[in-house]
Design a protein around this ligand. Sequence first.
Ligand code: SF4
Length: 455
Amino acid sequence: MKIDLTLLKKYDVPVPRYTSYPTVPFWDDGIDIDQWIQTFREQFSQHNHRDGISVYIHLPFCESLCTYCGCNKKITTNHSVEQEYLDAIIKEWKLYRQLMGQPPIIRELHLGGGTPTFFSPRNLRVLVDAIIKRSIVHPHHEFSVEGHPNNTTQKHLETLYNLGFRRISLGVQDNDPAVQQIINRIQPFENVQQVTRQARQEGFKSVNFDLIYGLPLQTTSSIERTILQCVTLHPDRVAFYSYAHVPWASKGQRLFDETDLPTAALKMQLYLLGKQLFAANGYFDIGMDHFALPSDDLYEAWREDRLHRNFMGYTTHRSGMLLGLGVSSISDTGVGFAQNEKTLHNYYQRINNEQLALTKGYFMTEEDIAFREYILNISCMGFTTLSPGHLPTLCKYTFPELEKLANDKLVEWNEHEVRTTSLGRNFIRNICRAFDLHLLRCEKESQTRLFSKAI
Ligand code: SF4
């Protein structure tokens, strides 16, 4: 499908990825820990026996700084840090275990970072053993890990496979030497090749590559070379992310010259080229920058309207509860969110005092829960029905936005339902925004303020 560049430019505005709703900027600073504990207990007892829980563990250490990175990470080459961190995660898990009152059924477990493969295979085994000991591992569990192509060893893969991991996501980003130099991530393609081959030999059934467009020095020919090289390895899934330039928040991004960044028009071309190349090589666009081969479970889930979206991105299973462990991790009980302390110092301090390390969060209203469902439906299925009870709110905030989207042929809608068009599938985030009451109210208020100032 040909997408008009003017349309791409029009919708190239900062919009959340909607891994949560309400999105993090609308959460409260601080959190009532007693309320969180009570909500956690109630929601756990409902969700655990029904469909199990998901656990995300953030492992923040990396050996060197990739200058584009916006993750919560700690750069060090000193591996003695592993032990203290492991001890803290295990303590945090025990604090949550005390709140559970029954063995958790682990349906999903994801090790993210930072660089999980910074940790030795032995330490990863100790960590995962501590989580699954005295827990029940769901018969259809999905365990996944983020691996760095430069330090994921055969031993890591063997250890993780034996613990039940079957999915690995490799941070490839870009294969061009000049781009790798400027982003300080020197990563020969042979490393990606080797880890992919070893993971498959070990028995991993899904290998995901993360790629980024919009990095400094990228050109259409460099990104074409990267993608064509990558597809020779047949990754089962590809996440093709847009680089977000936020040097005020991610200081590493100040280390390269802004004039080396692609212009907005070139960035759009990189995206379109990527989409075409993935399609030409048998990948299906399942939404919000994710592509999958038809043989991959994510594609199956998308086809059968079973996709779900949470802080781990798209998943094939909808678990009502996600518990985040480790520095900066986010938990989602289905009716509330909480985020852990963002610095290691504060995280250790809280955990070592036998306290949950929460720093901010949000307890959802009935309206939030309903509008979250609309956003999930749009982002996972491209379709949602609307409840008549929400008509007054929809009329005030959502319908004017849908009208604009419909004028650009991105959605078809009436008072009962909203459906994204095939063109609209390229603008899913912009369509989700039409249901983001927090953002729309905030925009309306500031417009009113500006307007009253002007008169
Ligand atoms: S991109 Fe990944 S490996 Fe690089 S600094 Fe960020 S978290 Fe670490």
